[in-house]
Write a protein that binds this ligand. Structure first.
Ligand SMILES: [Mg+2]
Length: 279
């Protein structure tokens, strides 16, 4: 669902667009006339939010965006402390603060949170968040990776970023705009949504004997220094592979490699809760 708001403070007008299929929210957002409204509100799961930012970017719609998400993983809302109940959300709209967020672009698709591919992608995103909360991220990764033969399901990549080239057999990569991916806070420990660069985490194909040390380093947040991990920050990353590899873009299936992934600096003005009390 997507809602258009206008009326500076007292919301004299709100137009609600209900989505009934894929790309409805993209089309609604893209066709929004910025001079008629004060803000767009995206209401729905991660996929809806992605569709709304896609429409805003494609249509050049320069309006503040508020996100009310019921997404299962909901990384973006969590990390940005967005309200998850109606009364707090209404309070945020009546006393807004703003963060000018970067937007990622992967080939022709936009993303607010993450682009990923490989073995652990499904585990990281599509898993039930309650399960993760219950047993903790480390235990969750452990249960996911304990099937050691699956670590052989690697694919070759050539990654070009910051003038460097990395050619590796890998089991997964993630390129994130935010710190938290798949409910795991701190997975992308250096990520900042306003710094103009995307953070990339690559896990190389490894000897099974190296898995436990990697998990250990994940637990204490030292994984970016692990020998089987590549961690980099860049505003322009090229990824190629000799195999057919499909990208997962904000939790939805996207285009395949090769991919040109870029960071569009401070592209979206997000409405966030104000730290100050209203006057
Ligand atoms: Mg960043």
């Amino acid at each position: 669902m997507l809602m258009h708001l206008s009326g500076s403070g007292n919301l004299s007008r709100s137009d609600i667009c209900y989505t009934s299929g894929r790309f409805d929210a993209t089309n609604f957002a893209m066709e929004t006339k910025a001079d008629e409204y004060d803000a767009i509100v995206a209401i729905g799961g991660d996929g809806t939010v992605n569709e709304v930012i896609t429409g805003m970017m494609r249509g050049g719609v320069d309006l503040p965006l508020a996100i009310y998400t019921s997404g299962t993983v909901n990384d973006f809302a969590t990390i940005n402390e967005l309200p998850n109940n109606a009364s707090d959300f209404a309070r945020m709209l009546s006393n807004p603060a703003y963060v000018t967020a970067d937007c990622g672009k992967a080939n022709d698709d936009y993303f607010l949170n993450v682009v990923a591919a490989g073995l652990l992608t499904d585990i990281a995103y599509k898993a039930n968040n309650d399960v993760k909360t219950l047993i903790g991220p480390a235990a969750y990764w452990l249960s996911a990776i304990k099937d050691l033969p699956s670590l052989n399901r690697s694919f070759p990549v050539k990654i070009t970023a910051n003038g460097q080239t990395y050619e590796e057999d890998i089991i997964m990569f993630m390129i994130s705009n935010t710190k938290s991916v798949g409910g795991f806070r701190g997975l992308m420990s250096k990520a900042d949504i306003t710094d103009g660069v995307l953070d990339m985490l690559v896990i190389k194909k490894m000897d099974p004997i190296d898995v436990v040390p990697l998990l250990g380093s994940l637990v204490i947040g030292e994984h970016i220094n692990n020998d089987n991990v590549i961690y980099l920050q860049s505003d322009d990353i090229k990824i190629e592979s000799g195999e057919h590899v499909v990208l997962d873009i904000d939790g939805e299936e996207g285009s395949s490699l090769p991919a040109q992934i870029s960071c569009i600096k401070q592209a979206i003005k997000l409405i966030v809760p104000s730290k100050e009390e209203p006057l």
